[in-house]
Structures are given as structure tokens and as C-alpha cells.
Design a protein around this ligand. Structure first.
Ligand SMILES: Nc1ncnc2c1ncn2[C@@H]1O[C@H](COP(=O)(O)OP(=O)(O)OP(=O)(O)O)[C@@H](O)[C@H]1O
Ligand code: SF4
Ligand SMILES: [Mg+2]
Length: 346
């Protein structure tokens, strides 16, 4: 990481092979309507070279989780109220990002942890050529001089598959297509060879062909560098393409977690089943196929129902479900579910 002193978490507390170990994260916002409990006790791990997909409907807390890891929750309204976010940097040191100072975070963001967001136009600076924006990252975080940084920027553009990269270096973001801009974002995010890449809906705005190319690219890059990826999406088709493991979020909590094959073949939570049922069949994405949407909405972050928050929408709900909050139960060594009736489901 770097030599900036900070409150480092005990390295022994984090199992080896992990890049990120989030434990019991609570993130809240003070609003005029009361306290929004956006994330309520989320725990997950991402191993080295592993991709964890976080899925769930809009408002389930996916982005707030990733912004918490980056410490980009805007204070004073927003704050991490509890939890630890253990992160292992490239030098092997473990830090608790939930408690890290801003100085340490500035050395981590865009350096140890890269980010890709959904809309590249809001993240790219419109008044600088894209090559300069990549070179800037290389100068800032890898200490390259101007000449070396420009050469590095060219190399990055070529790596993310931008044709005629030498000419593209001097183009401005508005001169590029959406797919090309997203590749530039990826180039910027990867310029420092991050230990962890956080991608929040990185392909949602792109057409399916470009989307497939970008996912392919991320997979190749990961195979070459061992980068860990936290991939946020509501698209289960994308999850099947890219993830090793999946965490399903609902109303600020993880309700099911497992390896990708198990989650798709043998989901145990009624919500995961609903999400899968609402997924267009392969090849029918544009065929106007009728989606079997889950009736009802994700409860808002204020005054969620007592007990299981999914109960108002659940076909299997029984009185006990609303009495107490279900705990995350182990199904197998690689599969856990937060549903008190998972054994009874057909
Ligand atoms: N700055 C904020 N102030 C108040 N509430 C917020 C703020 N940011 C997020 N929330 C609330 O936190 C909850 C989780 O939001 P989040 O953006 O994480 O959802 P998401 O799962 O990323 O959804 P989407 O799929 O639409 O991106 C929502 O109820 C949202 O309204
Ligand atoms: S705990 Fe009960 S209400 Fe909640 S998902 Fe399971 S069966 Fe449905
Ligand atoms: Mg989001």
C-alpha cells in the first residue's frame, strides 16, 4: 500500500487469500423523513482473483455498499454507523477502511482500488483528452514522468481494445461512442493495476454486443493480473457471464450467497427464485418475452417490516416469518440463505 501510518486492522484477523472482508456493515443517511437504513448488517468476502457479483432490485443497497467500501458516502448526512471493511493492499498490509483517515483513502482510491461506474460521461472530465486523463493517474499514483505516462496511457488504450489508440489519445470524451468511453473508464480504473476493482453497473448503458466485449475484457484482465472484482448489477445474465460467487441483496441485507452455479441451479431463497424467474431466457432478451416480475416493491429504507423484510411479497410466508428476523443459515460450505423456511421450499 504505502507508508502512511493509519489504524491498521490486525492482519491475523483476515484470512489469507482474501482481498476484501466486509463485516456487519451498517450505512445510514439522515434525511428529512428520518434515518434511511440503506445497508443493515452486510458481510461478504472477495478473494484474490475472484469476482463477487452483488445483485438485487433497485434500492436494495448495492451502490451504498460499494460507496461505503470506497468511503465515498457523503457526510454529514451519510455515515458508516458500524462494521469493519478489511482490505489487503498490494504490500500485504491490512487496513480497516471503515476507520481509515481521509489521507490513507486518497492513496487507496484510484490506486489500490479502481472504480468503474455506469455512466462514463459523468466520471470522465469533458475538457481533457482521454489520453491525458489516463496519464494523470499514472503520474499521480505510479510516479511516472510525462513521457512515460503518455506511453503508459497508449498501452492502456491498446489493452482495452481501442482501435487506432495513438490517434484516440488526443480525443475528448464527447468524440467517442458510449462503448469506447466505457473502455476508457476501464483503462483509467486499471491504470494502477488495482488490487480491487469495483464495477457498479458498468455495462448497463451499453448494447449487448459491446457489453459482451467489455465483460470479456474484464475477465481477461483479471486472469492476467489476479485483480479481485466486486461487480454490481441487477442483470443476472451478466452475473452468469462474469461472477465466481454471488451475493443477493434485498432491502439492505444479503439474503442469499453462494457460488454462481449453485445460485443459478439450486437457489433456496424465494427472492432469488423470483429474480431468476424474471430473467429473460437466453436469446429472448429482445423478443418481448413476458417477464414474471416479483409482485410488490422493495420496502424503502425507513420503517421496514418486522421480521423477514421479504414477507409481504413472499408466497411462502407464514406467521413466524414476521415474528423475528431470519438469520443467514448455512446450506453448504459455499452456500448460505436468510430464510427460515429454506428447507421446506419445493
Ligand atoms: N444520499 C442518500 N440519502 C438518502 N438515502 C439514500 C442516499 N443514497 C441512497 N439512499 C437510499 O439507500 C437505499 C439503497 O440505495 P442504493 O443506491 O444503494 O440502491 P441500489 O441497490 O444501488 O439501487 P439501483 O439498482 O437503483 O442502483 C435506497 O433506499 C436509497 O434511496
Ligand atoms: S423467511 Fe418466510 S417470508 Fe421470508 S423469504 Fe423465507 S419463507 Fe418467505
Ligand atoms: Mg446502484
Amino acid at each position: 500500500m504505502n507508508a502512511i501510518p493509519d489504524r491498521a486492522a490486525g492482519a491475523e484477523a483476515m484470512p489469507p487469500g482474501l482481498t476484501l472482508d466486509v463485516r456487519d456493515l451498517h450505512t445510514r443517511f439522515a434525511t428529512d423523513d428520518g434515518v434511511a437504513r440503506a445497508v443493515e448488517g452486510v458481510s461478504f468476502r472477495v478473494g484474490r482473483g475472484e469476482t463477487l457479483a452483488v445483485v438485487g432490485e433497485s434500492g436494495s443497497g448495492k451502490s451504498v455498499t460499494s460507496l461505503s467500501v470506497m468511503r465515498l458516502i457523503a457526510a454529514p448526512a451519510g455515515r458508516i454507523a458500524a462494521g469493519t471493511i478489511l482490505f489487503r493492499g498490494r504490500d500485504g498490509a491490512v487496513h480497516d477502511l471503515a476507520a481509515a483517515g481521509e489521507r490513507l483513502m486518497r492513496g487507496i482510491r484510484g490506486n489500490e482500488i479502481g472504480m468503474i461506474f455506469q455512466e462514463p460521461m459523468t466520471s470522465l472530465n469533458p475538457v481533457y483528452p482521454v489520453g491525458e486523463q489516463i496519464a494523470e493517474v499514472l503520474r499521480l499514483h505510479r510516479g511516472l514522468d510525462r513521457h512515460a505516462a503518455r506511453a503508459g496511457a497508449l498501452e492502456m488504450l491498446e489493452m482495452v481494445g481501442i482501435p487506432a489508440a495513438a490517434r484516440r489519445l488526443d480525443e475528448y470524451p464527447h468524440q467517442m461512442s458510449g462503448g469506447m468511453r466505457q473502455r476508457v473508464m476501464i483503462a483509467i480504473a486499471l491504470a494502477c493495476r488495482p488490487t480491487l476493482l469495483i464495477a457498479d453497473e458498468p455495462t448497463t448503458a451499453l448494447d449487448v454486443t459491446i457489453q459482451a466485449q467489455i465483460l470479456d475484457l474484464m475477465r481477461q484482465l483479471q486472469a492476467g493480473t489476479g485483480t479481485s472484482i466486486l461487480f454490481i448489477t441487477h442483470n443476472l445474465g451478466v452475473v452468469a457471464e462474469i461472477a465466481h460467487r454471488v451475493a443477493v441483496m434485498y432491502a439492505g441485507r444479503i439474503v442469499e450467497e453462494g457460488d454462481v452455479r449453485t445460485l443459478f441451479k439450486a437457489p433456496r431463497h424465494p427472492y432469488t427464485r423470483g429474480l431468476l424467474a424474471s430473467m429473460p431466457r437466453l436469446g429472448q432478451a429482445h423478443g418481448g418475452a413476458r417477464l414474471e416480475a416479483i409482485p410488490g416493491n422493495v420496502p424503502g429504507p425507513f420503517g421496514r417490516p418486522a421480521g423477514c423484510t421479504f414477507a409481504p411479497r413472499c408466497a411462502y410466508a407464514e406467521p413466524a416469518c414476521t415474528a423475528g428476523e431470519p438469520v443467514l443459515e448455512t446450506v453448504t460450505a459455499t452456500h448460505a440463505v436468510r430464510c427460515r423456511r429454506w428447507r421446506d421450499l419445493p
